[in-house]
Write a protein that binds this ligand. Structure first.
Ligand SMILES: O=C(O)c1ccccc1NCC(=O)[C@H](O)[C@H](O)COP(=O)(O)O
Length: 212
C-alpha cells in the first residue's frame, strides 16, 4: 500500500471487494441510499463486509438516516466507520458518534470559498471529513456524481481532523489532485466505473497505483 490511503466507494459485488483489497485500497464504501445505482440491501452489504480482509476498513454511507435505519445497518453489517453524506447537523454527527461508538466521517460539499467554514465546524465533532464536490442543485444524488471542485480552494490548508479528497477523481487525475491539494487520503466512486454502479477492476487497480 502506498502512503496515500484510498477509499473505493459504492462496491456492490464480491469481485469489487476482492479487487479493492488486492489493489491496496485502505477503505471500501457501501452505499445505503435507495435512489443510488450503488445502493445495497443490508444482507448484501453484510456478505461483502465479511469478505473484506483486515486492513480494508468497511464504511457505511448513509444520507440523513434516522436512528432506526442506522440501527439496522450497524446491527446487520460489521463496520469500521459511518459516513454521513446528507444534511446532518454537527449535533446529529455527535449524536451518531456517541450512539454507535464508531468513527464518523462527515461529507462536506464544496463549490466555493463560502463552503469552507463547514469543514471546521464538522471537524469539532467528526473523526474525519470527506471534502467532496457539492452536488449541483436538483441532482438526484448528493455524491457519486463524478464532479470535481476547484482544488485551489483547499490547497495548503490544514484542519483539525484527518480528511479525504473526493469528487471527480479518476486514475488519470488523482496524482495531480494529490499534488495540488496535499491530500493524504482520496475517495473515488464513478471514476472507477464502466457504468453507474458497475465497478471496473482495471480502473480500481490503476487508481490505487496512481494515488501512490
Ligand atoms: O455514490 C453514491 O451513489 C452516493 C449516493 C448518495 C450519497 C453519496 C454517494 N457517494 C458518496 C461518495 O463517497 C463518493 O465516493 C464521492 O461523492 C465521490 O464520488 P465520485 O465523484 O463519483 O468519485
Amino acid at each position: 500500500m502506498g502512503s496515500v490511503r484510498v477509499k473505493v466507494c459504492g462496491l456492490r459485488t464480491k469481485a469489487d471487494v476482492q479487487v479493492a483489497a488486492s489493489s491496496g485500497a485502505a477503505y471500501c464504501g457501501f452505499v445505503f441510499f435507495p435512489k443510488s445505482p450503488r445502493h445495497l440491501e443490508i444482507s448484501a452489504a453484510r456478505d461483502l463486509a465479511l469478505l473484506a480482509p483486515i486492513g480494508l476498513a468497511k464504511v457505511a454511507l448513509t444520507v440523513d438516516a434516522d436512528d432506526a435505519t442506522l440501527d439496522a445497518i450497524v446491527e446487520g453489517v460489521p463496520l469500521d466507520m459511518l459516513q454521513l453524506h446528507g444534511h446532518e447537523s454537527p449535533d446529529r454527527v455527535a449524536e451518531v458518534r456517541d450512539r454507535y461508538r464508531l468513527p464518523v466521517m462527515k461529507a462536506v460539499g464544496i463549490a466555493d470559498e463560502g463552503d469552507l467554514p463547514a469543514i471546521l465546524d464538522y471537524s469539532l465533532v467528526a473523526d474525519q471529513i470527506l471534502i467532496d464536490a457539492k452536488a449541483p442543485k436538483g441532482a438526484a444524488l448528493p455524491g457519486g456524481n463524478g464532479l470535481a471542485f476547484d482544488w485551489r480552494l483547499i490547497a495548503g490548508r490544514h484542519w483539525l481532523r484527518p480528511w479525504m479528497l473526493a469528487g471527480g477523481l479518476t486514475p488519470d487525475n488523482v496524482a495531480e489532485a494529490i499534488r495540488r491539494t496535499g491530500a493524504k487520503q482520496v475517495d473515488v466512486s464513478s471514476g472507477v466505473e464502466s457504468a453507474p454502479g458497475v465497478k471496473d477492476a482495471d480502473k480500481i487497480a490503476a487508481f490505487v497505483k496512481a494515488a501512490g
